[in-house]
Design a protein around this ligand. Structure first.
Ligand SMILES: [Zn+2]
Length: 258
């Protein structure tokens, strides 16, 4: 029998405010795990409607739009909660603290943890077969703001993510695709693929459909934050010959205007 890809479900949360997705994936028969539940209501409603039991909560970083629902969901479900050791003083009570290179057994799955400082210093992402739960580190055609980390840290993180297989499916915590592609299209007006993707994302938004997950192959080729060592990217921001972290800082500053 052919190997089946693990299905993922994005649950919209904090709509209109932060446009988060809480990602669910199966951990057993009638059982699921949730990544970054920033709001309890939509997750608990989905579990009830689909008659699912929540076994695990995974947290990528300490921001409230990723953790705001954790305590209520813990009280309601007793789910085993996993988060970054670097964020342990800023997170709800954890059952397991994880760091770079750790593996976690969740139901039938072995997940890997990568520490990805940049957006925050303690941020971690979770890898499960071809799935990448990347929180606010990597967005589709974008990346998180540098609230705590430096451009150098973020560039190092981007290089590690760029080394992941092309067929991985990135599951970021926000629906920012259209805004990111609008920025990318302004940055690279001659890139026809970006223009085409922007039209596609507009259609998805009109139909109220998620644009995610996204393939890493597309991210590596088109996401400006993953391309800061390409001479073309340096030229696009008028910084030929400067270091990739400096290019990243400039791309970030320009994206912050959107
Ligand atoms: Zn965040």
């Amino acid at each position: 029998m052919a190997h089946q890809a693990i299905p993922v479900t994005p649950i919209p949360a904090l709509r209109g405010a932060y446009d988060n997705y809480v990602w669910l994936f199966p951990t057993g028969e009638g059982q699921v795990a949730a990544v970054d539940p920033g709001e309890a209501g939509p997750v608990l409603a989905h579990l009830k409607r689909e008659n699912l039991m929540l076994t695990h909560i995974l947290i990528t970083h300490h921001h409230a739009d990723h953790t705001g629902g954790v305590e209520e969901i813990q009280r309601s479900t007793g789910a085993y909660t996993i988060g970054s050791v670097h964020d342990r003083h800023r997170l709800p009570v954890l059952d397991r603290m994880v760091d770079d290179g750790d593996t976690i057994q969740i139901g039938p799955h072995t997940m890997e943890v990568m520490h990805t400082p940049g957006h925050t210093t303690g941020h971690v992402v979770y890898l499960l077969e071809d799935l990448l739960f990347c929180g606010d580190t990597l967005f589709s055609y974008g990346a998180g703001r540098l609230f705590e980390g430096t451009p150098t840290q973020m560039w190092k993180t981007m290089k590690r993510l760029r080394a992941l297989p092309d067929q991985m499916r990135a599951c970021p915590a926000h629906e920012y695709t259209l805004t990111n592609l609008t920025f990318c299209a302004d940055l690279e007006p001659d890139n026809r693929e970006i223009a085409e993707l922007k039209r596609w994302a507009m259609g998805m938004m009109d139909r109220d459909e998620p644009t995610l997950p996204n393939l890493m192959e597309k991210e590596k080729r088109l996401n400006p934050f993953l391309r800061c060592d390409e001479p073309t990217m340096a030229a696009l921001v008028g910084l030929e010959g400067v270091s990739p972290p400096d290019v990243l800082a400039e791309v970030r500053a320009r994206r912050n205007q959107y």
